[in-house]
Design a protein around this ligand. Structure first.
Ligand code: MTE
Ligand code: MO
Length: 322
């Protein structure tokens, strides 16, 4: 297997990051004046909630290694990336996730890692965070609906987390599960999907160095509408694979059935690799609308990550394996 290398791009090439920093400091000064642990609704944050938010935002203020992995394409404005979303638990309109973001309860949060691992466990989110080194990565995000963005994520490789739990030799797939909370998540009262939202990767895809668990974006803690407190980001696959608000990761021997495959296997495949040569049954995938731009862009094979990931699919017919 060829060795994977990040493209090396000078630090100076892209630096909107100082801008996020300044903005964050500004926001912090503002909130320091209000009662420290009060939420807008007058709810009090639990101690554990305060622990993970405070320690994460402190870490985000420090210098994080950063990698530009979107060919220096312009970042999508933060306001677009947080107001035009797919997060069906909060509603199906693009504006719903921002409007109902406060309905996603992220405090406290825990993450379970189980199945084919020698060291299963359920950890408080702050304990997951404290084990990992964070970095910033700029990736393209391409939705199956033919729109795209360029987003600066903050997170850590999924491989780092999985290795700590010692996958067994039988582990061939990794399944992810989102939060199930129909009392608060209005979308879960409708049956568009079989809840909780589930996704899965083959183990080699999950261990690939580009596969990220993201806990922030644009230099800040992950906004609820983007999948707080922790979500998957797989930049060479259609966006629906990048499952939000993950509560459980299960390693399996058999290939799991993800929510979209269960809903419509003709339209949504297990692999869901971005492929401009394979159209969706109802529309072309050859081009995409970059949010914030006029006109259309050509969609790139594997969303522009072919040099890094094409070898994972060597010998597979990509017209057949959706
Ligand atoms: N739990 C959950 N994860 C999800 C979704 C969802 O509805 N629920 N939508 C997916 C889709 S279709 C896309 S395109 C991306 C969108 O991520 P963003 O809103 O952060 O841009 O999230 C993915 N992850
Ligand atoms: Mo999507």
């Amino acid at each position: 297997m060829a060795r994977y290398r990040f493209p090396s791009i000078p630090e100076s090439a892209v630096t909107p990051r100082e801008l996020f920093r300044q903005r964050r400091r500004f926001l912090k000064r503002g909130t320091a004046l209000s009662a420290a642990a009060m939420l807008p609704g007058g709810l009090l944050l639990s101690d554990t909630a305060r622990a993970w938010r405070a320690s994460l935002s402190e870490r985000l203020d420090g210098e994080l290694p950063r990698r530009e992995l979107a060919g220096n394409e312009t970042l999508t404005p933060r306001d677009d990336a947080t107001s035009y979303n797919n997060f069906y638990e909060l509603g199906t309109r693009k504006s719903d996730p921002e409007v109902y973001a406060h309905k996603l309860v992220t405090d406290p949060w825990s993450l379970t890692i189980d199945g084919e691992v020698d060291k299963p466990g359920t950890l408080a989110f702050e304990d997951v965070l404290s084990r990992e080194s964070l970095e910033e990565r700029i990736y393209r995000l391409r939705c199956v609906e033919a729109w795209s963005m360029v987003i600066p994520w903050i997170g850590f490789p999924l491989a780092d987390l999985l290795k700590r739990h010692a996958p067994t030799s039988r582990a061939r797939y990794v399944q992810f599960e989102s939060i199930l909370d129909p009392d608060n998540l209005r979308g879960q009262r409708s049956s568009i999907l079989d809840w909780p939202y589930r996704e899965a990767l083959r183990i080699d895809e999950a261990m690939h160095p580009l596969t990220l668990m993201a806990v922030g974006m644009y230099g800040e803690v992950m906004p609820n509408q983007n999948g707080a407190p922790i979500r998957l980001v797989v930049p060479w696959k259609y966006g629906f694979k990048s499952i939000k608000s993950v509560v459980r990761i299960t390693l399996t021997e058999e290939r799991p059935v993800s929510s979209w495959v269960a809903q419509n296997p003709e339209e949504y495949g297990f692999f869901a690799n971005v492929n401009p040569e394979k159209d969706h049954p109802r529309w072309s995938q050859a081009r995409e609308r970059r949010i914030g731009e006029r006109g259309k862009r050509e969609t790139l094979m594997f969303n522009g990550y072919a040099d890094e990931v094409a070898e994972l699919y060597a010998g597979m017919d990509l017209q057949q394996h959706l």
